[in-house]
Design a protein around this ligand. Sequence first.
Ligand code: MV4
Length: 447
Amino acid sequence: MFEKILIANRGEIAVRIIRACREMGIKTVAVYSEADREALHTQLADEAVCIGPAAAAESYLSAERILSACMATGAQAIHPGFGFLSENSRFAEMCGKCNITFIGPSPEVMDKMGNKSQARRTMMEAKVPVVPGTKEAVYEAAEGERQAEKIGYPVMIKASSGGGGKGMRVAKSREEFQEAFQLAQMESQRAFGDRTMYIEKFVEEPRHVEIQILADKYGHVVQLGERDCSIQRHHQKVLEESPCCALTPKLRKKMGEAAVRAVKAVGYESAGTIEFLLDKHGNFYFMEMNTRIQVEHPVTEMVSGVDLIREQICIAAGEPLSVKQEDITLTGHAIECRINAEDPRNHFRPCPGTVEDLHFPGGCGVRMDTAVYSGYEIPPYYDSMIAKVIVHDRTRQEAIAKMRSTLGELVITGVTTNVDFLYDILYQEDFCSGRITTDFIEKHFAG
Ligand code: MV4
């Protein structure tokens, strides 16, 4: 096992990883920017190294500075968390060259999944269902239009290098196609320097359902059930839950098995997620694979009892999975709410500032993953998520009741947050009855 791990991240995920390491008897190195001198991760780690100015490009995104910190402190492995360098295959490769273990999949597998039209082909070969659409890359609008006619409108035009909603446009009819294609391709060219596109049938009012997997170096793969992440706003998840109330045991088994096939097809190792779109008829389609630990991993931990960060570290250290598929039982229902320092009444504008009064709720089945404390100054340079509240209870209804009472008890003053907005969601009739699709927020919170 590793003796010392460097955590190349900040905020609640850095704290989460430090805690897992400490439980495992592993020493921790935090890296921090000049804006994060007083941050909790900086204070909690055994050692902390300042790696540069506030701007992420010069600190948390600097492979060179992070690798220097790693070598200077003698850490044997780097946990990248999520965001920042977590899905950067060149960083993973540089780690390897420096004889440092990157806690995640190999750079080759990251690249294979990072190219979305290639990932689509790989999935087709592995008999994982994909949305009907193009098999080969599309570069010209005229060729795209021919393909769209074959697929049938409405279609979705997507950037091969995209993901998370960038370089993506819907064309409802032939009339809309040319402009939609040009816009999507321009956006892709600008954001990724790549004009490779692919086209899919547009799935209307889908749910976003993703399967958590773990895979070790010896070909063992397990799936830990699904998360429903349909409650999103501009591709930012707001609330996630496990299980998804739209799945029957039969469909859950089918999706889980498809996810395992997907992972085996690319020789993946580490924790990962297969994202599916689920339509109203119970058809599911592969969207993307996330080759990192995700923000919403705690809901899976709550229903499965498996510590996903610990497993990730053990896998990277060459240990076989500690759990077999038949040992994994999913119990009850978990919900996560993301608390952001933002103003829902002003276009969700980020609202950094200093936290004054703070009271964290607790009790049976209540978990807070956060890096804020009373007196903490939230820097304006990074994303606005400041805490995750996770609850676990026997049924979805009980979990909803628990989340309502938990958010009711939470006190954060000094900064504007989205807590009241989350509270509103939890009282929407459609939410309570499980009618949640990816357009839920647009539909229920106009303007
Ligand atoms: C789609 C889709 C409908 N049909 N693909 C959004 C981000 C990227 N992961 C894929 N996305 C979508 N792809 C087809 N063929 C609808 C979305 C989509 C979406 C998906 C999941 C969660 C929220 C979403 C919000 C808008 C659009």
